[in-house]
Design a protein around this ligand. Structure first.
Ligand SMILES: Nc1ncnc2c1ncn2[C@@H]1O[C@H](COP(=O)(O)OP(=O)(O)OP(=O)(O)O)[C@@H](O)[C@H]1O
Ligand SMILES: O=P(O)(O)OC[C@H]1O[C@](O)(CO)[C@@H](O)[C@@H]1O
Ligand SMILES: [Mg+2]
Length: 504
């Protein structure tokens, strides 16, 4: 709960707020409190909060807003949006997004509940805060690969050029460190024309190497005034620091984050780009495992898929395939031995069907592998924990159990398609999604918004404060219906007898 005070001659106004509700009271000199109606369209900034929250009226409507360049450069001139004269938008009924348009975070509501949290709707605005020929934009890609990065790069370059007449776009090579250690390349619609057909990132990427001061020095030295940053949760944290430093230095630089993660672990947004493509590609590995194990006696297939802390790829690939008997994810602890354990389930499925397929997310069961291997806690250059190979570990455990304990021959097939599901070009629907993300980012930066991440919230693209997408990771909620749907489809154990787990 936050508290703000506004003094008047005879009383204080007291504003109490939590994420969902603002209440206004009059605090009189005799310390009595009187509830007051919030003036419609009043504006309150929440104190001590990483992003700006404002209440527009008293029905519980909350806008979690993104910064604007005029917050720290109040005299910045604005210009009519060139889209006023765009042929493409000529017959569009409402070309520009209104200043009061917002996207609701929750669309399933109770009749009498407060209207809740909203984000600014993405899209073109009546006014822009950059003259097209003054814009020098740059694009950088950081973190792991993901299908669709090249489409986003292409569409930022083309969107800036075709919609706003901007022709000065620089590619920063090799992630954040590229700002201060590498030369840039010029990106034109011609240069990026075909890149969406390739996997990977045309600009290359890296982990580690984020040095805020060096990066902003470089932005300043190169006279860059729009920065498009494509990357996951770590990258977005870095983007927030860049925006803060830009604000501190009072630079007219818009910082726009485009969320990228194969793991779908970014909060607030519906889904990250490339995720559908990855799930589709994972089907090929699962199919192969299934074909292999149903062609032999006592076949057990294990497919390891990506997912560091979030098991979305494994969960959706399992749900899509219907050939998977058991899906193991980091969010749902499992155990091997005893009643309700994995070994018992494998035995039962082999007896019933002669074969079975397990999909395991790479982040599942890490504690067991660490215990067996006595491995050190190793980290990558960005500080992410390096995972141990749970697929190989499980393969060995299952083999040992059936041959040594059960004296039963099994035919084990282990498939590890890890990088294959993310090093491919995006599919058709991800390509469309990437184009929308890129165009929304371009509209936002041209309109002077900064320190924002763009993404779909309940299918509508919105500008979300960066802190909002980095404060927590998106994980599979095993208490939600989706996980129950998976359990109902595989009929696997829920492993809820966690007191039977392997010794920790
Ligand atoms: N807390 C942070 N502050 C500043 N920069 C960060 C922070 N965390 C990560 N970064 C920088 O962001 C970049 C990418 O981070 P990271 O390797 O964690 O990947 P990511 O963006 O989370 O993507 P993914 O995990 O999906 O591959 C790196 O250059 C790293 O230095
Ligand atoms: O490219 P690297 O550093 O091997 O990263 C692999 C990790 O990146 C991710 O794909 C996230 O981007 C994780 O699923 C995986 O653990
Ligand atoms: Mg990450």
């Amino acid at each position: 709960m936050d508290l703000s005070l506004a003094a008047s001659s005879s009383s204080f106004d007291l504003l109490l707020s939590n994420p969902h509700k603002f209440s206004l009271f009059q605090l009189n000199h005799d310390l009595s409190l009187k509830s007051k109606k919030l003036p419609t369209k009043s504006l309150f900034w929440r104190q001590n909060h990483p992003f700006r929250v404002r209440a527009l009226n008293d029905d519980g409507f909350v806008l979690e807003d993104v910064p604007h360049l005029t917050d720290f450069l109040p005299h910045l001139p604005s210009y009519p949006n060139p889209l006023h004269h765009s042929q493409a938008y000529a017959i569009v009924k409402q070309t520009f997004v209104g200043p009061e348009d917002a996207v609701a975070q929750n669309i399933v509501v109770h009749k009498d509940s407060p209207r809740g949290v909203h984000f600014r709707r993405a899209g073109p605005r009546e006014k822009v805060y950059f003259m097209p020929d003054e814009v020098r934009a740059c694009i950088v890609t950081c973190g792991g690969l993901c299908p669709g990065i090249n489409t986003v790069i292409r569409e930022i370059v083309c969107g800036l050029n075709y919609m706003y007449g901007v022709d000065d776009v620089l590619g920063i090579l090799g992630g954040y460190r590229g700002f201060y250690s590498k030369n840039t390349i010029n990106l034109t619609p011609k240069v990026v024309n075909d890149i969406h057909k390739r996997g990977g990132t045309f600009l290359c990427t890296s982990r580690g190497g984020h040095d805020t001061n060096k990066i902003v020095d470089n932005i300043q030295d190169r006279r860059i005034n729009q920065v498009y940053i494509i990357g996951g949760d770590g990258t977005q944290r870095g983007a927030a620091l860049i925006y803060k430093e830009v604000e501190k230095r009072g630079l007219q630089v818009a910082v726009a984050g485009i969320p990228k993660t194969i793991d779908n672990d970014i909060a607030v947004i519906d889904k990250s780009f490339g995720f559908d493509t990855a799930v589709e590609e994972a089907q090929r590995a699962i199919n192969a495992a299934h074909v292999e194990v149903e062609s032999v006696e006592n076949g057990v297939g294990i497919v390891k898929l990506m997912g560091r802390y979030s098991g979305f790829i494994a969960m959706f690939a399992t749900l899509a395939s219907r050939d998977v008997d058991c899906c193991l994810i980091p969010e749902s602890p499992f155990y091997l031995e005893g009643p309700g354990g994995l070994f018992e389930f494998i035995e039962q499925r082999i007896k019933e069907n002669g074969h079975m397929v397990i999909v395991i997310a790479e982040g599942a069961g890490q504690e067991y592998v660490a215990q067996d291997m006595q491995a050190a806690d190793e980290r990558d250059a960005s500080g992410n924990r390096l995972l141990l190979d749970v697929g190989l570990w499980l393969t060995q455990e299952v083999k040992d159990h059936f041959t040594k304990v059960k004296k039963m021959e099994i035919n084990m097939k282990y498939i590890d398609p890890t990088y294959m599901i993310r090093a491919i070009p995006s599919n058709a629907s991800d390509n469309i999604y990437c184009s929308l993300l890129a165009q929304s980012a371009v509209h936002g930066a041209m309109a002077g918004y900064t320190g924002f991440t763009v993404g779909p919230v309940n299918s509508r693209h919105a500008y979300i404060p960066i802190a909002r997408v980095t404060e927590a990771q998106n994980t599979v909620k095993v208490t939600d219906r989706m996980w129950a749907r998976l359990l109902a489809s595989t009929n696997q154990p829920s492993f809820l007898n966690s007191n039977e787990m392997l010794p920790m």
